[in-house]
Design a protein. Structure first.
Length: 289
């Protein structure tokens, strides 16, 4: 697949090339916060990484949108809790807002799909704090319905209030992919081969490298996990043992040291008592004489 990947070298440098390194950093920090908890250093770093990622690339909103969707799916299936998600969502949102300010309050960013997804996710978190259904399937359907309703409403209302048509060409590009629709923007983005549909020969080459079979196997496995979790809930995490296996060894060494110290202390006390008794006998003899 190296020849397929090399096709990107013929594409002129785009804005996303400058954002890509910061995206990797942002994902690393986000994953670290979800896994090992939140600290002020991590939170500030995530905000800065989001600013550096969103600032050079106007379409970064779609990456953050899909990122929010993945977090929403993990939360709805029970893999993540509200306490884990809220600081992460807020840090990314703050970074995005600062980047929007640096771009002079770009209306396309204000009415972005990311902000609509963020607000919808926060509403779902608030609603589930007060009322959560016992049936997992109904709860999942409820979360998805609320999420789509809030996100769609914000997108429609903000676009209407701001009279926004700047991002219309994005949907026109998708429209041109499946219909005969064409305009200046669609022709500009689809003129290069890298933006066209993948050829059948590409799938054949990727199959020989086992990439396509592996991907299909992973998708089947994920589908199975999704169905199992939706019906039975996530598998409980393995409890962390309170004692490390080496603790017993350390404990035995500590006990042996304590016994030795106690024994030496008792021996010293016996010697001191013996010395006192000898001294008392000598004093008695002197008194008798």
């Amino acid at each position: 697949s190296s020849g397929i990947n090399a096709e990107s070298q013929w594409i002129p440098p785009l804005r996303e090339n400058f954002s890509c390194p910061f995206l990797v950093l942002q994902i690393l920090l986000l994953s670290s916060m979800l896994k090992s908890g939140h600290t002020k250093v991590k939170q500030v770093s995530l905000v800065v990484a989001t600013i550096c990622f969103a600032l050079p690339w106007q379409f970064s909103q779609f990456v953050l949108f899909t990122q929010t969707l993945s977090l929403f799916g993990s939360y709805s299936l029970g893999f993540l809790k509200k306490e884990q998600l809220s600081p992460v969502l807020d840090c990314v949102f703050v970074g995005y807002c600062i980047a929007t300010l640096f771009q002079f309050l770009n209306t396309m960013l204000i009415s972005s799909m990311y902000i609509s997804a963020y607000l919808a996710f926060k509403v779902v978190l608030i609603l589930n704090t007060h009322a959560r259904l016992s049936n997992r399937i109904l709860q999942f359907v409820k979360d998805v319905a609320v999420f789509l309703s809030i996100a769609g409403a914000y997108k429609a209302i903000s676009a209407w209030l701001l009279q926004l048509t700047d991002d219309a060409h994005i949907f026109n590009i998708l429209r041109s992919k499946f219909t005969d629709y064409k305009d200046f923007h669609t022709l500009l983005y689809t003129c290069a081969k890298a933006f066209d549909f993948l050829e059948l020969e590409t799938f054949y080459k990727l199959t020989l490298t086992l990439l396509v079979p592996t991907t299909l196997a992973v998708l089947v496995r994920l589908t199975y996990i999704f169905g199992r979790v939706l019906l039975n809930g996530p598998k409980p995490a393995t409890p962390i043992p309170e004692q490390h296996p080496l603790d017993d060894h350390v404990k035995s060494e500590t006990e042996s040291k304590g016994k030795k110290e106690k024994g030496s202390k008792n021996t010293a006390e016996k010697k001191s008592k013996k010395n006192e008794a000898v001294a008392a006998e000598e004093e008695n003899k002197k008194e008798e004489e």
